[in-house]
Design a protein around this ligand. Structure first.
Ligand code: ATP
Length: 252
């Protein structure tokens, strides 16, 4: 359920690369429970904003809060522990491990417990139960024993999402989840994102505007490093400034 409480907010975030202002004074508020998209033409600054929000870049100016806590200077692993997790961040898929082993590895990662603890068979079997649950949640049960490298492309994305969910995020940040996908995979991953967004918040950078219109409750449009529009897909896509910004670009 979307509510009015912001879970992630950015106030006046700015990123300068040696004097070049890639992102200028961006304000963003992501509501708890929403699926929020960050869109904009090439070079608009989406990746830079995304990297600031996930703490891969520290803003030159401005402030970022997650659930009321100032996270502006925290490291990616620190915000991940708070429940703000970027897909593919800690969850690189090991190609020669099976789907099940990949998820098991991801499940062991956030633990602060001693390695010794994990050797107990009781704990390992609990880990298997949870891993199989996650694999089922992303519809990969029939692939559980296949090495990741043998998965079709769209299924690899599903595995990456499973390994991200292993960290039990409150909020997921997805960087172009549909990149490089065919029609069928796009439908499947859209369904998956909708399903995993229940009880969570999702922020995604996405180029495919059909996906954005279908999936997202709210859309922020960036152009030339600044916010151009913010609102429902219908509202922002009707905005003449947004239409103009997209004109002459390769976007649909
Ligand atoms: N590390 C960097 N050093 C210098 N300039 C950078 C750096 N990273 C990004 N930029 C510049 O900042 C601007 C915004 O880039 P960014 O990658 O954030 O845009 P984008 O909206 O994600 O684009 P795309 O849709 O093409 O991925 C671009 O002009 C880019 O060249």
């Amino acid at each position: 359920m979307v509510n009015d409480t912001p879970i992630l907010t950015a106030e006046g975030i700015t990123m300068e690369f040696r004097g070049f202002v890639a992102v200028n004074n961006v304000n963003l508020s992501v509501r708890e429970g929403s699926i929020h998209a960050l869109i904009g033409p090439n070079g608009a600054g989406k990746t830079t904003v995304f990297n600031m929000l996930t703490k891969f870049l520290t803003p030159t100016r401005g402030r970022i809060e997650f659930r009321g806590q100032d996270i502006t200077t925290l490291k990616p692993a620190e915000v991940a522990r708070l429940g703000l997790v970027r897909s593919f961040q800690i969850s690189a898929v090991f190609p020669h491990l099976t789907v099940l082993d990949n998820v098991r590895v991801a499940l062991q990662r956030p633990s602060q417990l001693a390695t010794q603890f994990w050797r107990s068979s009781r704990v390992l079997s609990h880990l298997d139960d949870r891993a199989l649950e996650l694999i089922d949640a992303v519809n990969l049960s029939s692939y559980a024993h296949l090495p990741a490298v043998e998965l079709p492309y769209g299924r690899k994305r599903a595995l990456e999402i499973a390994t991200t969910l292993a960290l039990d995020p409150t909020m997921l940040l997805l960087d172009e989840p549909m990149a490089g996908m065919g029609h069928e995979d796009i439908g499947r991953i859209s369904d998956l994102i909708r399903q995993i967004s229940k009880g969570r918040t999702v922020l995604m950078v996405e180029h495919n505007l059909h996906v954005v219109s279908d999936l997202c409750d709210r859309v922020t449009v960036l152009a030339r490093g600044e916010i151009l529009a913010d609102g429902s897909y219908d509202a922002v896509s009707a905005d003449p400034r947004v239409r103009e910004a997209y004109m002459g670009t390769e976007h649909e």
